[in-house]
Design a protein around this ligand. Structure first.
Ligand code: URP
Ligand code: ZN
Ligand code: ZN
Length: 477
């Protein structure tokens, strides 16, 4: 199957180009620069390829042609607080596709007492035959022992080249400093990347317990118990540990100035500290946690912060102290799931739906608002995730030889986000009623058109497991 995307503006992290894109099978085979003065195409090889014709021609006049987005932080079917994140790999990846995302990197979970391999096998089985777009895995380590440390090397060999550890959630995912440090040392040997959920969970549990005991049980107290300094302290601590171990570290879901300061200071002294933020920290705030138990819809960790952090985080993105925006998609229905925490905010399952909205929110709030260029938008939606997580240039670029994961994006189309129309399996939207400018018209995953005219044309099982390389700064070639 050959698809020709004509007359569009190709936008990559490196900039924009008027070019036609030719796809053959699952790869991009030609980018043919289009003269704007009406003269004949100078690219002879490209013209020859064009002359062969295409099975399908897409007219992208007035549209942008961008790399399929990569959401490098999702939790399909994550067990949490006695329930499971609602989206399966099928429903969650379909929703991702509607939002212009053609790759997810989800978190396989090692359960306490079990091996990493057992956890990975479970997540492979959840995804295989169900995902509609390509997927990779990070590995959550909840039990750092001599055995699991040795096992890390074998997990890396299987293309799962990053490991998430937590200074939060004592008794569940929490690791102490010694365990974190040992995992970092091991990653220095096997080239894996350590991802950190950096909040001081021990201190948070003290404050949360005190608040609950005082009768402060509403969702707002989830946010009020998790002080910004607890995230700042843990972020600084894990970066320092990584420096001591001589390895890079990547902070997931960074939410607040205190943590960003730690990253900025580390980068200024030359530490290999990298970080992502999430749309919820750029567009939602602590205020959303108010309004009685309705606030449960906005409970995630780290929590939503005060609005004055928004500009700080945008500055972080502009100045590259934050390199990536991922969703931390982890949806729980309000009815029956978030409600588990009625009367005790500590029992509200943590996480928000978001995999479908990221690309449009960042376009609207970033590009349309004049904060970032279209090229930077592509960088934080796909290219940097591909580089950091060992997928580049197969993913994250509209380039010859890359996988044909391509989105025809309309930068002018407006739509209103709503749970009534979204495709995520979640009974509410955090962005209900928000109008955004920009939308994915056509989504192509490895050469197959999977979304067109608002219709889903893909099928479960078409998504493939991605055996990832090491991060681009670790690779020797
Ligand atoms: O609230 C969140 N973030 N839930 C998902 C688990 C995690 O810590 O990423
Ligand atoms: Zn986390
Ligand atoms: Zn997460």
């Amino acid at each position: 199957m050959r698809i020709l995307i004509k007359n569009g503006t190709v936008i990559n992290a490196g900039g924009r180009q008027q070019a036609d894109v030719l796809i053959d099978g699952d790869r991009i085979v030609a980018l043919i620069a289009r003269p704007t003065d009406g003269s004949a195409i100078a690219d002879k090889a490209g013209a020859a390829l064009l002359a062969l014709g295409a099975d399908e021609t897409i007219d992208a006049t007035g549209k942008w042609v961008i790399p399929g987005a990569i959401d490098s932080h999702t939790h399909m079917e994550l067990p949490f607080g006695g329930t499971f994140a609602k989206d399966t790999f099928e429903t969650g990846s379909r929703a991702a596709a509607f939002g212009g995302t053609t790759t997810i990197v989800d978190f396989a979970v090692q359960s306490k007492g079990k091996s990493l391999q057992e956890g990975l096998d479970v997540w492979m089985a959840k995804a295989e035959g169900h995902a509609v777009i390509d997927y990779g895995f990070h590995m959550i380590m909840s039990d750092v022992t001599d055995e699991t440390l040795a096992e890390m090397d074998r997990i890396v060999d299987q293309g799962v080249t990053s490991f998430k550890l937590f200074t939060a959630y004592p008794g569940v995912f929490y690791s102490d400093d010694g365990q974190i440090f040992r995992a970092m040392q091991q990653s220095g040997k096997n080239g894996g990347l350590i991802l950190m959920h950096a909040e001081n969970g021990i201190a948070i549990d003290v404050v949360a317990g005190q608040n609950a005991a005082a009768g402060n049980t509403d969702p707002i107290w989830h946010g009020r118990s998790r002080y910004p300094v607890f995230e700042g302290e843990a972020t600084n601590r894990v970066i320092r540990l990584a420096e001591a171990a001589g390895v890079p570290v990547y902070i997931v879901h960074l939410s607040v100035r205190d943590a960003l300061d730690a990253v900025r200071e580390a980068r200024d002294r030359g530490a290999k500290a990298f970080a992502e933020t999430c749309p919820q920290y750029l567009f939602l705030s602590l205020d959303d946690l108010g309004n009685g138990f309705e606030g449960a819809k906005f409970v995630c960790s780290p929590p939503l912060r005060t609005k004055d952090n928004w500009d700080e985080l945008w500055t972080g993105l502009i100045k590259d102290d934050l390199q990536n925006v991922a969703t931390d998609h982890c949806p729980f229905d309000f009815e029956g799931q978030k409600e588990l925490g009625r009367g005790d905010f500590r029992k509200i399952p943590n996480g928000l739906p978001g995999v479908e909205d990221r690309v449009d929110l960042l376009h609207d709030g970033g590009v349309v608002a004049g904060k970032i260029t279209p090229a930077r938008w592509v960088e934080i939606c796909s290219a940097n995730a591909a580089k950091i997580f060992g997928l580049y240039p197969r993913k994250g670029a509209v380039a010859v030889g890359a996988d044909a994961d391509v989105v025809v994006y309309d930068p002018n189309r407006k739509h209103t986000i709503s749970a009534r129309t979204h495709h995520m399996d979640c009974d509410y939207s955090c962005y209900e009623g928000r109008e955004v400018q920009g939308g994915s018209d056509i989504v192509i995953s490895r050469g197959r058109v999977i979304v067109k005219d608002g219709q889903f044309l893909g099928k479960p099982g078409d998504g493939q497991f991605l055996k990832r390389e090491l991060a681009h700064w670790v690779r020797k070639n």
